[in-house]
Ligand binder design. Structure first.
Ligand SMILES: Cc1cc2nc3c(=O)[nH]c(=O)nc-3n(C[C@H](O)[C@H](O)[C@H](O)COP(=O)(O)OP(=O)(O)OC[C@H]3O[C@@H](n4cnc5c(N)ncnc54)[C@H](O)[C@@H]3O)c2cc1C
Length: 355
């Protein structure tokens, strides 16, 4: 039996452990977190992630605990909508629920070890780095030059037990900051991002919340209400990090999935989705390697299928982040978006009149 060591039991690592054929592989998952997380925001599940959840056999359970995101708007800081976005069938699953469902889908034959992996085991097994943006697997096998990159942005996210009004759903773009609100199970969730000198480690959550309240004090009433109701217990705060572009996600018998491979800005809300797709893609390829054969070809196929695709998503996230968090260019951005909205309205009126 081929042995597989998965470092990291987050979204990517658990999804991989759940999708690998236990009759073919002896799998061990190392996870430093002793328990399942109890605080977490909602993650928008795009169609590709929904297909991955289906392959894992948990799509219906995921849907059952998650509200459909419906439509929302990109708004200015005062809440006036520029563009309405229909999220279609996308749903927002809480990170807690997603990890719980993935964890329950992992076959009993998978060995679980609680503890921090350092150094990476060199026992000849196939090693999968699913250990997030600060991956020790990446820095060990790819070298210290591939360490995570600290961005100037702080991210706060939290849940509220109160619902968000339909005409307040969406993302609010201010000068150098953004704030988002959407429906979540049992209430709503919110997130905010802006440049901040706090951190990068050990950020005091109450101080960060105070900073955010001050920062957004001149913004739309919906934002001020959400921040006034936010509690440190239901809030996660972190500086945002990204992963430099790698030439390959595979090096010998080591392979990277999830944020360890392509940690990106969360502006498009795609990191967890792409992590799920990485996991089911890699598992599908490994499961189909004939018994006793070297998995090298499957690893190369994984790299071919996933590297450019995730690179494109990462580049798009950075580009959107520049627009959403524009600072000096904010007045120009706002003028252009206002103009675009007016044009769209005129076109809609024109089309109506022509019918
Ligand atoms: C503010 C914010 C909002 C986001 N919103 C969205 C969204 O709406 N939609 C979306 O798709 N994505 C979103 N993302 C991205 C998403 O959270 C990540 O892409 C996803 O969590 C990556 O999963 P992962 O399993 O690769 O890494 P992680 O979630 O980081 O998991 C890595 C795991 O490895 C463990 N670990 C790390 N090092 C070691 C070690 N040495 N030994 C043992 N265990 C270790 C950690 O404890 C952790 O459990 C967001 C991210 C942020 C920061």
């Amino acid at each position: 039996m081929e042995t597989i060591t998965i470092v990291g039991g987050g979204i990517a690592g658990l999804a991989l452990a759940a999708a690998l054929d236990p009759r073919r592989f002896q799998v061990t998952v190392y996870e430093k977190r002793p328990e399942l997380p109890t605080v977490g925001n909602a993650l928008g599940m795009w169609p590709n992630a929904q297909r991955a959840l289906e392959r894992l056999g948990i799509l219906e359970q995921a849907r059952a605990v998650s509200p459909v995101l419906g439509s929302g708007a990109v708004r200015n800081a005062q809440g006036e909508p520029w563009v309405t976005v229909d999220a279609g069938e996308m749903f927002g699953i809480s990170r807690i629920d997603l990890i719980r469902l993935l964890d329950a889908a992992v076959p009993a034959a998978v060995r679980r070890v609680t503890g921090t992996v350092q150094p990476v085991p060199a026992d000849g097994s196939l090693v999968v780095g699913a250990d997030g943006v600060h991956s020790v697997v990446r820095s060990t096998a790819w070298g210290p030059g591939t360490g995570s990159h600290l961005t100037p942005y702080l991210a706060l996210r939290g849940t509220l037990s109160t619902p968000v009004a339909p005409d307040e759903v969406g993302e609010y773009w201010g000068r150098g900051d953004l704030f988002g609100m959407a429906a979540a199970r049992g209430g709503s969730f919110w997130y905010a991002s802006y440049r901040s000198g706090l951190g990068p480690y050990g950020i005091d959550v109450p101080s960060a919340l105070d900073q955010a309240r001050e920062r957004f004090s001149g913004h739309a009433p919906a934002i001020r209400r959400a921040l006034a109701a936010a509690t440190p217990e239901q809030c996660l705060v972190q500086r945002l990090w990204t992963v430099p572009q790698l030439r390959s996600y595979v090096r010998g018998r080591t392979v990277l999935i999830g944020d360890a491979a392509h940690g990106m800005l969360p502006t498009l809300g795609r990191g967890a989705c792409e992590s799920l797709v990485d996991a089911v893609t890699l598992a599908g390829l490994l499961n189909s390697v004939p018994a006793g054969q070297d998995p090298a070809q499957a690893l190369r196929a994984y790299n071919r299928q996933r590297r450019l695709r995730t690179r494109a998503v990462s580049v798009a996230s950075t580009a959107l982040g520049r627009v959403a968090l524009a600072d000096r260019a904010q007045p120009l951005r706002d003028r252009m978006l206002t103009l675009a909205r007016r044009r769209n309205r005129q076109a809609a009126v024109g089309n109506g009149a022509g019918r």
